[in-house]
Design a protein around this ligand. Structure first.
Ligand code: FAD
Length: 483
């Protein structure tokens, strides 16, 4: 067996690195290879951007708060780990979401599907758009489809189909929030490739969305039965765990039986060895040898580790990352009289607030606050407006509270506050991103055989996508080692 005794080093103990280790162990076991797997994490904890704090009556997420069910990789992994039965969905009684417009919160019109209207009446009556804006959006039904050869920006695409108002007032706050980015710079193909497909297949985004909704409904009419032994999932678009997303990290870590996981171990350099394979030098001076190396750190970190002549000017050094921070306000029972009857609200750029979005956390997720307490979480910072992230906790909290007062009229003193800074955390998939990734990966396969790249800076930054990348990379490593 060619793979036996081979050494694999995985750099990064975030969700991508952990998933890679998990699926590599699975594949090696299934195929009877005995690999030596080492996972190196610079921080003193696993999880990377996934970080939960349980404080008194509260479950507080510093980073992501949930993952999509529709993309199957995360749910599948939970099933394999036997923790799917713990998953919880959003509170079914508080499904409304709002958008701030001219200082007031407006409910998102029903049928608005990732920024695209699919129901006439709620859209026709919403206060979020002028009459002109609504009529312009209607042109989507008749405008000819565009033959676009290469990639284009998400913002330009949506504006061409639905008009500027829909983009600025609705799509931008809803979609840009996911990437903390600028819709007019983000790549359509790397973010919402399905929009381009809908235009091509149906000649209209609205018609395409409607057709999709009909299909989904037809499917839902025959409820998907869990397979034998599987528990049904919560009926929710997003899911998490009652004690937070770090449960997933623990679940994977506990399942690793053959991986040597080393915390507080930063990698400093990876150099090719003459006899093949690589030398991995750690910050503490120690070196490891590896037949295959997987880099899952943010691209600008990975770029520092490799021979500069191979990475300078490549994808690795080109991905811009935006900085964001989350700010949590926790309130005692009964001090808030604002009806928090939904999941929260998002804010278009034009409103000029410090906060870019607000989650009414305890309304959206019942498990996050006990004994009648109230938890809210705010986002600050986005591409091009990142200075706020470097302000002190006091300044961030004060600016958040000023917005909270202006928008919801809430002046109550929080029990406590928490700020989590995520500097250079949100990779921006700008126009042409996927082409640059492909060029880089092809070049790396030639120049750095046995070095693999995965993680949020590549082909998907949501939790399911990063798990999917880990699984795919594990498969590639096994093929490489058995070649
Ligand atoms: P990371 O989590 O960044 O892991 C990389 C790891 O590599 C880190 O632990 C780092 O310490 C380590 N490392 C770096 N350099 C070295 C080195 N030299 N040596 C050793 N180790 C090193 N996604 C969702 O699906 N749902 C959400 O609700 C959601 N919300 C988000 C909210 C915020 C505020 C942020 C920042 C992201 C959010 N995301 C969300 C995206 C998602 O959380 C991330 O894309 C994902 O967790 C990234 O995982 P990763 O393993 O690729 O990278």
């Amino acid at each position: 067996d060619k793979a036996n005794g081979k050494q694999v080093v995985i750099i990064g103990g975030g969700i991508t690195g952990l998933s890679t280790a998990y699926y590599l162990e699975q594949a090696a076991r299934a195929q009877g290879h005995s690999l030596t797997i080492t996972l190196l994490e610079a921080d003193n904890r696993l999880g990377g951007k996934i970080k939960t704090d349980e404080i008194d009556d509260f479950v507080i997420e510093a980073g992501p708060d949930s993952f999509l069910v529709r993309k199957p990789q995360a749910v599948e992994l939970c099933r394999e780990l036997g923790i799917d039965g713990e998953l919880v969905g959003t509170n079914p009684h508080n499904k409304k979401t709002y958008i701030l417009h001219e200082g007031k919160l407006h409910r998102i019109p029903q049928g608005l599907n990732i920024g695209i209207p699919t129901q006439f009446m709620p859209f026709a009556t919403t206060g979020l758009l002028s009459m002109g804006g609504k009529l312009r959006a209607g042109l989507d039904l008749v405008l000819p489809k565009h033959q676009q050869k290469g990639d284009q920006s998400l913002g330009a695409f949506l504006e061409r189909r639905l008009g500027k108002e829909v983009v600025d007032h609705m799509a931008e706050p809803l979609l840009a929030g996911i990437y903390a980015g600028d819709l007019r710079k983000l790549s359509l193909r790397a973010t919402f490739p399905q929009f381009e497909q809908l235009e091509q297949n149906y000649g209209s985004l609205v018609r395409g969305m409607l057709a999709q909704a009909r299909e989904a409904k037809a499917k839902a009419a025959v409820p998907q039965q869990p397979e034998l032994g599987q528990k049904p999932l919560p009926n929710s678009v997003f899911v998490t765990f009652p004690n937070g997303l770090e449960r997933l990290i623990r679940g994977i870590a506990d399942a690793l039986t053959q991986t040597d996981v080393r915390l507080s171990t930063a990698v400093e350099e990876i150099t090719p060895r003459e006899e093949g394979g690589y030398t991995v030098r750690l910050a503490a001076g120690e070196t490891l040898t590896a037949d295959a190396v997987v880099l899952t750190a943010p691209t600008f970190e990975s770029a520092k580790l490799l021979p500069q002549e191979l990475v300078s000017g490549s994808h690795l050094t080109q991905v811009p990352y935006a900085s964001v921070a989350t700010c949590v306000l926790a309130f005692d029972k009964g001090v808030i009289d604002y009806p928090l009857d939904g999941t929260g609200f998002v804010i278009p750029h034009k409103e000029g607030t410090t906060i870019t979005a607000c989650t009414w956390t305890s309304s959206k997720w019942s498990h996050t606050a006990k004994n009648g307490k109230v938890l809210m979480r705010f986002y600050v910072g986005r591409a091009g407006e990142e200075a706020i992230v470097d302000e002190s906790d006091e300044t961030i909290v004060a600016r958040v509270r000023a917005d909270v007062k202006k928008i919801m009229g809430i002046t109550a003193e929080p029990m406590f506050t928490r700020v989590a800074r995520w500097r250079r955390s949100m990779p921006q998939y700008t126009v042409g991103h996927l082409d640059r990734v492909k060029t880089f990966v092809d070049q790396a396969a030639r120049d750095l055989p046995g070095v693999f790249f995965a993680g949020a800076g590549f082909t998907g930054l949501g939790i399911p996508d990063t798990i999917g990348q880990g699984k795919q990379t594990a498969g590639q490593i096994v093929s490489f080692l058995t070649k």
